[in-house]
Ligand binder design. Structure first.
Ligand code: G6P
Length: 599
């Protein structure tokens, strides 16, 4: 039992990893809790040292602190005063202080600073009042404001686990003589591929041989069991030392898969759905809202959509979208981009748009995720599970989809003629080979990383469609190596940041052969003449950039509008190797998590 939970937690560790814990129900219906500050590996060690009794049910959690510091007391599971109820929780209970006060007045004493502990005590209180487990759960969840996915153990129901979902993902794994509950699919893949995706405001009662789902009023609901396509292997590192490296290397395969899926007989098929087609043709403005790497893909998307489909595009951080009086009307389409489909900022942006009556198209990786389910239309990027916190293969797959979308829409509108479409489809078909050609140069990139890995700051520059590449390259480096890295539009350097440049600065400049090549070359020269050390990403055979660069990384020639799919790959590898050389935990950088389900 405990190894099932620990393996599941390891698969979910990308969600947060400052502390972890498990609670087990033994044969005498007593709950044993073990919690630990640190990674799952620390918890695992402690569990091995302690001889735990055989268990019939158990729950576990890996935490990314929101309420309460990173201490053992604040780690989950949290228990009630009687020690009979143990709870793990993802999300935030917004009214926990008010509930805590109310419970303290009734004599409850709290051991932690968490919002989660309040839920255990509240349930304890309602169990006393109601006597019936379902009614007590229903009453509890209706008192909670905020977001929550819960797993609950109760000594009075030793063979049962209760799960609750509100705005934070939760799935049920349907096994043979066992049932599993998790916040994401990779956690259960070694046991089963049959899953039930819980919807918002649902409660599930699990026993070893079945499950029953209720709504927040306690009414029974029927749910469909889905067979998922992923393999347990997809969520394993395989021969790679890190998930990030594995995922960088998967990019040719992901793009190839999407070519097979979305291009037939030389035609893009994204807009096969006639409704979606009608909607896109009818809109005169797109707003792309996303976070982190997905936002950077959106920035590339803006160049692509404006160029091919001639629709004005605005790109906004989801976390800022909420705070603006954005001028919109019913001809505005909202496009949400998210790898996980669970980023709360992006989900809230989507809800805001829907509340205003707007239609939302989402570009998502995780099938059936909240963003996918709440959108009017979804296009999947089919990147497979992405586990490394630094997003890599999802980024190139997102750009691929945006490229195809822009071309298809442009073609439908008559802005892209048949010959042009043919040219682009041919170029697109070569992407997997060209991506592989970049991966063959990994040893060279590693060598460059060796040279610069001790630098304490980096600048990343790009222009035109590769300006977002510079932003993404800088994000990759800073998030996994903790080096200060800034991405800038190359043409903006002269308006301020150039003042920073001296011989201590490695400056990564992305300048493949595009329409802005000469302009970017001038910007590179501005850096070179101030003593900056240029690491240049250029098209194969570029002698001119070589003359002023300290290091050169070549990428295969491609059309300007496809270059972002190639030019980011060396920067992903550079960040990976530098972080590794600095001894950083590449897959699990400090302070951040892969899926941020808080606002
Ligand atoms: C977190 C991750 C980033 C990711 C961002 C958006 O901050 O650390 O790598 O780009 O969330 O995630 P999404 O799943 O919505 O693409």
């Amino acid at each position: 039992m405990e190894s099932t939970i620990v393996v599941g937690l390891e698969r979910l560790e990308y969600r947060g990893y400052d502390s972890a814990g498990i609670a087990l129900m033994d044969d005498e219906n007593k709950i044993f809790t073990v919690r630990k500050v640190g990674r799952i590996a620390d918890l695992k060690k402690t569990l091995e040292e302690r001889q735990l009794p055989p268990a019939r049910a158990g729950i576990g959690h890996t935490r990314w602190a929101t309420h309460g510091k990173v201490t053992e007391n604040n780690a989950h599971p949290q228990v009630d005063s009687s020690g009979k109820i143990a709870i793990v929780h993802n999300g935030i209970i917004e009214n926990y202080l008010e509930l805590r006060k109310e419970l303290e007045e009734k004599g409850h004493r709290f051991d932690s600073e968490t919002d989660t502990e309040v839920i255990a005590h509240l349930l304890e209180e309602y169990l006393k009042e109601e006597g019936d487990y379902l009614r007590a759960i229903v009453k509890t969840v209706n008192r909670l404001e905020g977001t929550f996915a819960l797993a609950i153990l109760n000594s009075d129901y030793p063979d049962m686990i209760v799960g609750v979902r509100k705005d934070s993902p939760l799935i049920v794994g349907v096994g043979e003589g066992e049932m599993l509950l998790a916040s994401d699919i990779p956690a259960i893949l070694t046991h089963t591929k049959r899953v039930v995706i819980l919807d918002n405001e649902e409660i599930v009662f699990l026993t070893p041989d079945g499950f029953t789902v209720y709504d927040f009023q306690g009414n029974k609901k029927t749910k469909e069991i889905k067979e998922i396509e992923w393999d347990a292997q997809d969520a394993d590192k395989g021969p790679y030392p890190h998930f990030m490296l594995k995922e960088i290397y998967e990019q040719p395969k992901v793009i190839e898969y999407n070519i097979q899926k979305y291009i037939r007989d030389g035609e893009p098929l994204l807009l096969k759905d006639l409704n979606l087609r009608k909607i896109l043709l009818n809109k005169n403005r797109f707003i792309i809202q996303a976070a982190g790497t997905s936002l950077h893909a959106g920035l590339v998307g803006r160049y692509l959509i404006e160029r091919f489909a001639k629709v004005p595009v605005e790109v906004v951080y989801s976390s800022e979208f909420h705070h603006r009086e954005t001028i919109i009307d019913d001809r505005t389409l909202i496009i949400s981009i998210s790898q996980s489909g669970e980023t709360m900022d992006t989900l809230e942006g989507l809800r805001l748009a829907k509340n205003k009556g707007l239609e939302v198209l989402s570009i998502v990786n995780v099938v059936d995720s909240s963003i996918a389910r709440e959108s009017d239309y979804v296009i999947y990027i089919n990147a497979g599970p992405e586990i490394g916190v630094a997003s890599t293969k999802a980024y190139t797959a997102q750009i691929f989809i945006l490229l195809l979308l822009a071309l298809e829409l442009g073609h439908l509108k008559g802005f892209v003629d048949n010959d042009e479409l043919k040219h682009y489809i041919e170029e697109i078909r070569q992407l997997p080979y060209k991506l592989n050609a970049i991966l063959y140069r990994d040893a060279h990139i590693q060598h460059i990383a060796e040279k610069y890995h001790k630098s304490n700051h980096f600048m990343f520059l790009g222009r035109g469609i590769n300006y977002p590449t510079a932003l993404e390259g800088a994000l990759k480096l800073k998030e996994i190596s903790y080096i200060h890295a800034t991405g800038y539009a190359a043409g903006e350097m002269k308006h301020g940041p150039l003042a920073l440049i001296d011989s201590s600065w490695p400056v990564v400049i992305v300048n493949p052969k595009t329409s802005v090549y000469e302009k970017t070359f001038s910007n590179a020269n501005e850096v070179y003449t101030r003593g900056g050390k240029l690491i240049s990403v250029v098209t194969e055979g570029d002698e001119k950039m070589k003359d002023i660069s300290e290091s050169i990384i070549e990428i295969p020639q491609t059309d300007e509008y496809l270059t972002p799919i190639l030019s980011i790959v060396p920067l992903q590898l550079l960040a990976y190797h530098i972080a590794n050389m600095r001894g950083c935990d590449v897959d699990k950088p400090r302070n951040i998590a892969k899926v941020i389900t808080v606002l």
